[in-house]
Design a protein. Structure first.
Length: 307
């Protein structure tokens, strides 16, 4: 069987918060933030539901399909609007979908976990699955903590995956999780995100490289065959280190965190959409989609675009 990406959409808040604005209330400045993270500005506002609805509707429009054509909705989110019910159900209702809907939490690896899950659903008889990554991270940020406040942001991205008996965009997956590392990046109920930044950096580079190499081996390609690397947008230094170890030049990496910050499960679809808008995605190209997140979780996939 095969699965094709047939539509993409994004949803981001209107409010842009620059590094200079953060420096008014934090002991930091634009140069410090840019050098350490690569982030210049981020979007703040909305909810997982509201941003997810925007991205989902745009993905359906891009795919040219109606709500009744969607067989399943998977929402990847670390920041659901409520503990219950699932935010995916609220999004489905708002979009006019009449299909099963569920939340999936694998932190910043969530979008790729959701794509893998969607692929399995297509293998078992579903025709089209809507995958959304939507985050309202700013709700869980201590805005007096300069280590986290400069990183996290809000946004959503979505894609429609369709069963295809003749073509397949998804050539391989490599996913994993290591619960022993759970305390490196956490957010408790009624609390804020906290992170051991140095240790997350070290382990993130390792798991991204390892899963990427496994995914490429399963797909029968090498890094030389890649036209693009579309990574989770966490930190420019992590992206640079991973690309260096994979022997991929940075001009093949898609980087949007300078404009969006770290949007967790929304970051890979936001990056893909930007690449497509800038004519960097072409039929037949190989791309590596790779992410890591709290858990610690990680996920890589090799894609060959069919359109």
């Amino acid at each position: 069987m095969g699965a094709r990406f047939i539509g993409w959409g994004t949803g981001v808040p209107d409010r842009i918060v620059t590094n200079d604005e953060l420096s008014l209330t934090l002991d930091t400045n634009d140069a410090w933030i840019t050098e350490r993270t690569g982030i210049k500005e981020r979007r703040i506002g909305g909810t997982a539901k509201s941003l997810g609805v925007i991205a989902g509707n745009r993905a359906l429009e891009d795919a040219g399909v109606e709500p009744e054509n969607i067989d399943f909705l998977i929402l990847a989110t670390t920041t659901p609007d409520r503990i219950a019910p699932a935010t995916a159900v609220l999004i489905a209702h708002e979009m006019g979908l009449s299909c099963p809907a569920m939340d999936l939490n694998a932190a910043c690896s969530g979008f790729m976990y959701a794509v893998r899950t969607a692929y399995g659903l297509l293998e078992t008889g579903n025709k089209r699955v809507l995958v959304i990554g939507s985050e309202n991270l700013s709700r869980w940020v201590d805005w007096s903590d300069r280590n986290m406040a400069v990183l996290l942001a809000d946004g959503a991205g979505a894609t429609v995956l369709e069963y295809d008996p003749t073509e397949n965009d998804l050539l391989s997956f490599s996913l994993g999780a290591e619960g022993a590392d759970a305390d490196l990046l956490t957010c408790e109920h009624e609390g804020f995100f906290q992170m051991d930044g140095a240790e997350v950096f070290r382990r993130a580079v390792r798991v991204v490289v390892d899963s990427a190499e496994k995914a490429m081996a399963m797909a029968g390609i090498t890094s030389d065959d890649l036209s693009l690397v579309i990574p989770h947008q966490a930190n420019i230094r992590i992206i640079q280190a991973a690309c260096q170890r994979l022997n991929v030049e940075m001009d093949r990496a898609v980087v949007v965190l300078d404009r969006y910050g770290n949007t967790s499960s929304a970051s890979i679809p936001l990056a893909f959409f930007d690449a497509r808008e800038n004519d960097r995605v072409h039929k037949g190209d190989y791309a590596l989609l790779t992410g890591f997140g709290a858990g610690m979780t990680w996920a890589s996939a090799v894609v060959r675009w069919s359109k």
